[in-house]
Design a protein around this ligand. Structure first.
Ligand SMILES: [Zn+2]
Length: 254
């Protein structure tokens, strides 16, 4: 039998926290090598806890863990990146919460996905700084969908295989992407997608994040891109995320 080390080191991002017992917390972490794991942070709610500041929501930290019988236990924690604006600004925090929940819902426990870890870590940095939270979030959604195996097909009609050309199209979440006007008319489950929205989605799907600053979106295209991606996400998860309603409330209030 391969021997398991009794302690191990990993980088991790805190996805979720839940109080446990008198002074402990259960944490859901996302890690580069072990994927999503649940661990115990003992004594973290005591005022003198030295780990507490390094295990805030969304924080990226370097951790030492001890293998436990039921659950691994954090023995040391050191912040690598705190993404502080995500905890200090309500709107940024709501977007952060949504992006983290999205990843949480699309990932099974213990499934390694390094590119996805990299994406989350970069996205939290973007959300801490961006002037266009919605656009940054659309970009993140598209990249995440690709990394979990649901990349929307935007270049060929998902029904008849025709090349998608520069005109208004349809979109079918169930069939996984763009549907050409010929196949999309009156097709159950397909809805209209404007040429402008198609272009934006294609641009975001095939360019690095740094290129987003070149995008100037009209509000209705922005809203359409959001609607399309929401329908894709809800189709795959078979439900709406909890953080979406909260995010909408915060946006209305702002
Ligand atoms: Zn077609």
């Amino acid at each position: 039998m391969p021997s398991r080390e009794r302690t191990f080191r990993t980088e991790a991002i805190v996805l979720r926290r839940k109080d446990f017992g008198e002074a402990d917390r259960l944490l859901t972490l996302f890690t580069p090598e072990a994927g999503k794991i649940r661990v115990l942070a003992k004594g973290i709610r005591k005022p003198a806890s030295r780990k507490a500041g390094h295990l805030e929501l969304y924080t990226r930290s370097m951790l030492m863990l001890a293998r436990g019988r039921d659950m691994d236990i954090i023995t040391q924690a050191e912040t690598l990146q705190s993404y502080r604006p995500l905890r200090e600004d309500l709107l940024r925090s709501s977007y952060g919460s949504y992006c983290v929940e999205l990843l949480d819902k699309f990932t099974p426990d213990h499934a390694e996905n390094k590119p996805l870890y990299e994406l989350l870590s970069r996205a939290l940095g973007w959300l801490a700084e961006t002037g266009d939270l919605a656009l940054t979030t659309r970009y993140y959604e598209l990249q995440l969908l690709s990394m979990v195996g649901y990349q929307p097909q935007l270049f060929q009609c998902v029904v008849g295989g025709e090349t998608i050309v520069a005109e208004d199209q349809f979109f079918s979440p169930a069939e996984g992407g763009a549907v050409c006007p010929r196949c999309g008319q009156n097709r159950a489950g397909a809805f209209a997608m404007s040429l402008a929205a198609l272009k934006v989605l294609r641009f975001m799907q095939s360019n690095p994040y740094e290129m987003l600053r070149d995008l100037a979106l009209r509000p209705q295209v922005h809203a359409e891109a959001e609607r399309i991606l929401q329908r894709v996400i809800v189709y795959h998860l078979e439900r709406q995320l909890k953080s979406v309603e909260f995010l909408k409330q915060v946006r209305r209030a702002g």
